[in-house]
Write a protein that binds this ligand. Structure first.
Ligand SMILES: Cc1ncc(C[n+]2csc(CCOP(=O)(O)OP(=O)(O)O)c2C)c(N)n1
Length: 652
């Protein structure tokens, strides 16, 4: 077997002596291996296939790590990882203990900054370039940003500032006309016009070639020609929006032509002003199923290379699908319902809604802040907006949630998908703070369903409640329960699912099933547990919680959210405010950024598998002093228990 070029590449330095022909062969080898690897691990295939040549060109033309390459979002960093000494580790990318699917400073000196959320690259590039200048460090800073990421406000804030500072940064705009679904907005339309008017580039190439072909003086004239070109460009490139913002514009270039891209990067490297190089690529390039369906292959699970079909098929529908179907169903009867996504139409399950009610659906681009303020305004105008946003991305719109929605008690429903740990995408994507950050806001109601059927009820309830409501649900398949007609639940009321004497386990959302399973395990150890589905993180079911605390030896809360500021800590604060002091155990996510791995692995690591929850409860009961236990089970306990049982509807 012929030795492959790829086998000789341990670091970007190894690219420097290769010819452009070799670099093209190398790109082919990278593409092949990438498809092989990702077909087994899952991951962001289409974005990476689209940047194979661009990444090779960047590492050929720049000198990482002296020059700093910042990947926006970071989901397209796989080729970069392969070229920077992590090729073997690609076999375990995104798996527990393996390398991350995003840039990680801890992994390599070539990873400049940890990313996962979109549109931060330009701010980092500008800031880093300023710091390097002030600290006397050599090197160029390049940010690679997609046309999707360029729909976010943060990117424009940085362009505005970088142009003003005349920062020595290079922005590579990777324009593939796609966000996850097609890019939206007037800026995308502008880029299309620029792409269509691309006669400039062929003219530029021809111009360069002609100059270089002149014997003896050609190279020198080419150098001078670079400057002439800038002025010609002023006349013929349409719009020149970036130039107006203070960035020298180069492009559009064919992003799959390594030589063209590399030469332009080399040229731009010598300029000490802000430069934007516009490269046009095709998402999924070189693998037909991904080219045909870049949306599906944006992020994929393991798949069969021949067919492109996913290897595993879920038994029950996901919470996302159930939400999408329920919203269509409810919206059939209520014309005021509007759905909003921030560039995540299929991810949030809104594709059916978009198809059924195109006039009532808005994809605002990667613009969570705008999405929330826009939703507030729709509510102000008398509509019923449902903003479907992942828990982790809603963090970006926190001020809009407070200032534009809650402060004015607007009727906005937040459908918060990917709440809890999300698995392989890791710490940038885990949705583990929303209960904390939403429960603190006045007027906000926060719910979490115990299963996919309850999600339907909660959506219906949210649309009935006046004022802002958040329903948080996980990136998981449902439990496979029967789906019933959606009904309105009583606000702030929990549901008692199982009656016991020793311990009361109050669980929220996904943790309800875990709590029930733990109760089964505890029963085998002669510990009898009451299990409550909290339903609401806010308002709390105070009456029930007080009774539970008084009538059991131990009160346990379980949630898939950060313990700090989470549901459990709010329950304990409420009990103390009411003068109720009880032995308690808060179970939830520790004060750490949780790594990547499968959801089950991560929950187990966090002590939130049913076995570990049961063991932790048993351990705590064993540790409790007999005095405390007997006090709690004393006279007061018996009287209150009688009253309690008369009030609740066990197994409602
Ligand atoms: C703040 C934020 N919102 C949403 C996302 C989800 N997301 C990840 S990649 C992506 C599309 C990015 O498109 P683009 O920048 O054009 O890159 P491409 O995948 O097309 O290469 C989106 C919406 C995110 N990472 N961060």
């Amino acid at each position: 077997m012929n030795e492959r070029l790829l086998d000789k590449i341990d670091s970007p330095k190894d690219l420097k002596d290769l010819s452009f022909e070799d670099l093209n062969c190398l790109a082919g080898e990278i593409r092949e291996e990438l498809i092989q690897d990702v077909s087994k691990t899952g991951g962001h295939l289409a974005p990476n296939l689209g940047v194979v040549e661009l990444t090779v060109a960047l590492h050929y033309a720049l000198e990482s790590p002296k020059d700093r390459i910042i990947w926006d979002v970071g989901h397209q960093c796989y080729v970069h990882k392969m070229l920077t000494g992590r090729r073997q580790e690609m076999k375990h990318i995104r798996q527990k203990g393996g390398i991350s699917g995003f840039p990680k400073r801890a992994e390599s000196e070539h990873d400049v900054v940890d990313t996962g959320h979109s549109s931060t690259s330009l701010s980092f590039a500008i800031g880093l370039s300023e710091a390097m200048k002030k600290c006397g460090k050599e090197g160029k800073v390049a940010a690679v940003i997609g046309d999707g990421a360029l729909t976010a406000g943060m990117a424009y804030e940085a362009l505005n500032h970088g142009g003003h500072l005349k920062s020595d940064v290079m922005v590579i705009l990777n324009d593939n006309e796609m966000s996850i679904s097609p890019s939206v907005g007037s800026f995308s339309a502008y880029l299309s016009r620029v792409r269509l008017d691309s006669h400039y580039v062929s003219f530029e190439k021809e111009f360069e070639q002609r100059l270089k072909n002149i014997p003896a003086i050609g190279e020198r004239m080419y150098e001078i020609g670079k400057h002439i070109k800038s002025s010609i460009k002023q006349l013929i490139v349409p719009g020149m929006l970036f130039e107006e913002l203070g960035f020298k514009y180069i492009g559009p270039l064919d992003g799959h032509d390594i030589e063209t891209v590399a030469r332009n990067i080399q040229m731009a490297k010598d300029l000490d002003t802000p430069v934007l190089i516009h490269v046009v690529t095709r998402k999924g390039y070189g693998y037909k199923p991904a080219e045909d369906n870049p949306n599906k292959f944006h992020g994929t699970s393991a798949f069969d290379i021949k067919t492109g079909l996913a290897i595993s098929k879920a038994a029950a529908p996901s919470y996302t699908e159930v939400f999408g179907d329920a919203l269509v169903e409810i919206a059939e009867k209520d014309k005021k319902i509007i759905a909003i996504t921030a560039a995540m139409t299929s991810g949030t399950g809104l594709d059916k809604f978009a198809e059924r009610f195109p006039d009532r659906f808005y994809d605002v681009g990667i613009a969570e802040q705008h999405a929330v303020a826009f939703a507030a305004a729709l509510a102000l105008g008398g509509l019923k907006p449902v903003a479907a946003i992942y828990s982790t991305f809603l963090q970006r719109a926190y001020d809009q949630v407070i200032h534009d929605v809650c402060l004015q008690d607007m009727d906005v429903v937040f459908a918060i998908d990917r709440a809890g740990v999300v698995g392989e995408d890791g710490p940038t994507h885990h949705g583990v703070f929303d209960i904390s950050y939403l429960s603190t806001i006045p007027n906000m109601v926060v719910m979490a369903p115990k299963d996919e059927n309850e999600l339907r009820h909660m959506l219906k309830t949210a649309l009935e409640i006046k004022g802002p409501v958040a329903v948080r649900y996980p990136r998981r398949n449902g439990l496979g329960v029967k789906l019933e007609p959606a009904k309105v639940l009583e606000t702030g009321r929990s549901e008692v699912l199982r009656d016991g004497q020793d311990v009361a386990i109050v669980a929220l959302g996904t943790m309800v099933k875990t709590a029930l399973d733990s109760a089964d395990i505890l029963a085998k150890h002669k510990i009898s547990a009451t299990v409550v589905n909290a339903r609401f993180a806010k308002p709390l079911d105070e009456e029930l919680l007080v009774a539970l605390a008084q009538q059991h030896r131990l009160l346990v809360t379980v949630e898939e959210n950060a313990l700090w500021g989470g549901f459990g800590s709010n329950v304990l604060r409420m009990l103390m405010t009411n003068g109720v002091f009880c032995p308690a155990l808060n179970l939830g996510l520790t004060d750490d950024f949780i790594p990547h791995g499968t959801i089950d692995e991560l929950l187990d690591m966090q002590g939130l598998s049913s076995e570990k929850v049961a063991a932790r409860i048993e351990q705590r009961l064993n540790k409790m002093s007999p005095t405390l236990a007997s006090e709690a089970q004393g006279k007061l306990f018996k009287n209150l228990r009688k009253a309690f049982l008369s009030k609740i509807n066990v197994f409602e």
